[in-house]
Design a protein around this ligand. Structure first.
Ligand code: SF4
Length: 268
């Protein structure tokens, strides 16, 4: 169980350098999903946290009110919830900051996109289906539950994430599957089944990306490989050091995607 701390923020709309996103909104600092490969772990150091990534969550309790103030002062542009946290991590069940911010975004009808690994996103279908321009991305990188528990210990099970996607699609919300970052070997083993699930639930498109180890995540990845999958470590090193691995994987995804008539977008 992570340590929760209620804090106040001065600002909640951050200018974003992500393609097609003008602003990101992060109602929480830290993420109790605690993914081993997470790129956002620098946020802990930046905010002076000594705990491991996943063991702390700062809750910006005044975020909805600050958002209401800020939104009237900026030029309208696409918003992402969230870039360095999961907006539907367990704390959201209690605090409902994402939901309150969504209500305000809906009021102004801001183009909004969401990215999560949590089935809790289903709770807000009543709001999401009323946006003119909104899309919800749900991340799935493996289906194997043992591998998932090792690398994404506290997020929703992949089958629950697909069920959430299905409910979103059935309720008219535009969705996509984020297949990233793809874990060497493991994601490839589940690839065909993941794409079949995408077809079954009817996602609008599949966005895929490779794993990057530039973000201080390699030491936590190594710990998991050493303790849970020592026989796979060499394979990971080869995949990450040799450019050919992800190129081959991309070709395979494109071939399978074409066979299954899925719309694909590559991040690399
Ligand atoms: S859900 Fe996203 S933000 Fe949270 S730990 Fe995992 S990768 Fe990081």
């Amino acid at each position: 169980m992570p340590t929760y701390k209620e804090i106040t923020c001065k600002s909640i709309l951050s200018r974003s350098r992500i393609a097609d996103v003008d602003y990101s909104i992060n109602p929480y600092i830290g993420c109790e999903h605690g993914c081993v490969y997470c790129y956002a772990r620098f946020m802990g150091r930046r905010r002076g946290h000594l705990e491991e990534w996943g063991e702390f969550v700062d809750i910006k309790v005044n975020a909805p009110q600050v958002f209401s103030r800020e939104i009237t002062r900026v030029k309208m542009g696409p918003v992402l919830l969230s870039s360095v946290t999961d907006p539907y991590q367990p704390a959201e069940s209690k605090y409902q900051l994402t939901r309150q911010i969504l209500k305000r975004l809906l009021h102004y009808d801001y183009p909004t996109s969401i990215l999560t690994k949590s089935a809790l996103v289903e709770r807000d279908i009543d709001l999401l289906q009323r946006f003119k321009n909104c899309q919800v991305g749900v991340t799935v990188v493996v289906l194997n539950e043992e591998v998932g528990r090792a690398f994404e210990p506290y997020s929703s099970l992949p089958k629950d994430r697909f069920n959430a996607l299905k409910r979103l699609v059935e309720n008219g919300v535009q969705t996509y599957l984020f297949l990233g970052p793809m874990l060497p070997g493991f994601s490839e083993e589940d690839l065909e089944e993941i794409l079949d699930e995408c077809k079954r639930v009817g996602v609008h498109h599949v966005l895929f990306d490779k794993l990057n180890i530039k973000y201080g995540n390699w030491s936590s990845i190594t710990r998991v490989l050493d303790s849970e999958f020592p026989e796979r470590k060499e394979e990971w090193k080869n995949a990450l050091l040799q450019k050919g691995y992800y190129k081959r994987l991309k070709n395979r995804i494109e071939t399978l995607g074409a066979e299954k008539e899925l719309s694909l977008i590559s991040c690399y």
